[in-house]
Design a protein around this ligand. Structure first.
Ligand code: ADQ
Length: 460
């Protein structure tokens, strides 16, 4: 069996505890352990003079290889181009894009440096799987160095419609780089169709019904691979966590009140201000929920160095503070807002203790929190998932209460409906969603992608 090489911005090293690592990291690590291989990427460190050769750690059949970034590269590649240009663009937020040619050049030069650093470690038949928007140009740089390996790419975030993507000043160069991959995976049909429309309309390429396409004189293939979770493992975690000290303390603190839970990175794509507003509307329109329901939003700060994230944080703090000031009682605070993350078993227990999972991103590649919330429920007395129609997960979890996250009134109605939903309806919706989560797990996703990549004809 050919060796597998995983490339991702952050590498989940053996030192990282599995309780923090998450289903994706575990699934990739398992594949590397089985086939033998390399996990390559950024160490997470920023240093003045980065070593050009990767830092190597071996554990079992896996070699972990990581590089540091210089402060200049970190700013141009990570903070600027990846997180202030590509991230808003792919989440349909043209108004938030900050494009500078020098950031694009910095992004490409980090892609080039990383590819050049991996190249000497590559064997001719290694299969390379690159993850996410940080490395759109990685395969092109490997090809420039003469590598003919099978190289696949999976985009974890949405691909925007051609009308938006073509607003990016460097869109053609980036698309040309992307076409150096042999297989390009998207989360949903709408991402795939946005990409193939771009190839046809903007580039004049040809797309065939099986997803293969020709563009920029290269041949590649695009397909959908909706990411899943380790469903049974997460259900097991939640079952155990139902009686953990943290879950017990949480339940005691509610004193019989219902809990609505939100778990998101603090990011403008996640629609947090609208959620807080909808919860406030609920208490305003239906006074019977006052003092009976608590909304707990867990939102660890991410990308705190990017200005828009700092502004968002202030906006949510303001919204939650006003709402609490208006409705709180001496023994009840409507919104609990926590800027911290929790270990996965703790989260699993919190999901299970919540009557409503409130997952309403404005745009999201998939959203695994939605899937984890469903898997964590007690089938005999499950909670209700409220899910944005603009999360990739809504294409699969059709039995959720699907809402438009821009429609605060509609979200308020959904909260009211969810809190009053009868047990038999909750059970049947939950069972329908569990069928979906069992049919497409993180293992199914990984194996399907690797099988398709392994059977792609190798370049000569
Ligand atoms: P994210 O934007 O990070 O991921 P999401 O899929 O919701 O979004 O979460 C990924 C993981 O992080 C989940 O396992 C979740 O439990 C964990 N997580 C989120 N908030 C947390 C918190 N407060 N504490 C602890 N853990 C937390 C990107 C894309 C998504 C896509 C994933 C995977 O933006 O659309 O689903 O990649 O492809």
């Amino acid at each position: 069996m050919a060796r597998l090489v995983i490339v991702s911005n952050r590498v989940s090293t053996p030192r990282e505890r599995l309780s923090r690592a998450g289903g994706l990291a575990v699934a990739l690590r398992d594949a590397l352990q089985k086939q033998g291989g390399v996990w390559f990427g950024w160490s997470g460190e920023v240093v003045d003079r980065p070593d050009p050769s990767p830092r190597i750690t071996n554990a079992g059949k896996i070699t972990y290889a990581t590089l540091d970034l210089s402060p200049v590269d970190h700013e141009a590649y990570y903070n600027s181009y990846a997180n202030s240009t590509l991230w808003p663009l792919c989440h349909y937020r043209l108004g938030l894009i900050d494009f500078r040619r020098e950031h694009f050049e910095g992004y490409r030069s980090v892609n080039a440096r990383f590819a050049q650093s991996l190249a000497p470690m590559l064997r001719p038949d290694d299969v390379v799987w690159v993850h996410d928007y940080h490395f759109l140009s990685f395969a092109a740089e490997l090809r420039r160095g003469g590598r003919k390996n099978r190289v696949g790419f999976f985009l974890h975030i949405p691909f925007p419609p051609p009308e938006l993507f073509s607003a990016l000043p460097s869109h053609r160069e980036l698309a040309r780089d992307l076409c150096a991959y042999d297989l390009i995976g998207f989360q949903t049909e709408s991402d795939l169709s946005a990409f193939t429309r771009y190839i046809e309309q903007e580039i004049g390429g040809t797309v065939h019904p099986d997803g293969t396409f020709e563009a920029f004189g290269q041949r590649s293939r695009a397909a959908t691979f909706p990411i899943g979770i380790d469903t049974d493992a997460f259900t097991g975690l939640a079952r155990l966590a139902a009686v953990s000290p943290e879950t017990t303390r949480l339940k005691e603190s509610l004193v019989g009140r219902e809990l609505v839970i939100g778990v998101d990175r603090l990011d403008y794509s996640k629609g947090l201000p609208n959620k807080v507003e909808a919860f406030g509307e609920l208490l305003g329109r239906w006074p019977e929920h006052r003092n009976k329901v608590t909304f707990m939003q867990i939102a660890p700060v991410s990308r705190g160095e990017v200005a828009q994230y700092r502004a968002l944080r202030r906006q949510i703090e303001g919204g939650a503070g006003r709402l609490n000031g208006k409705f709180a009682e001496f023994d009840w605070v409507p919104v609990r807002y926590l800027n911290r993350s929790f270990a996965r078993p703790t989260l699993a227990g919190f999901y299970r203790a919540s009557r409503v999972g409130f997952v309403t991103p404005l745009r999201d590649g998939m959203n695994l929190v939605a899937k984890e919330y469903v898997a964590a429920q007690d089938p005999a007395d499950p909670g209700v998932l409220i899910l944005s129609r603009f999360a990739g997960a809504a294409k699969e979890l059709k039995a959720a209460l699907i809402v438009n996250p821009f429609d605060v009134d509609g979200m308020t109605d959904a909260l009211h409906l969810a809190l009053g939903m009868p047990l038999d309806e909750r059970r049947s919706r939950h069972a329908a969603m569990m069928d979906v989560l069992h049919a497409n797990t993180i293992t199914t996703w990984r194996d399907r992608f690797l099988e398709e990549l392994n059977t792609t004809p190798q370049r000569t």
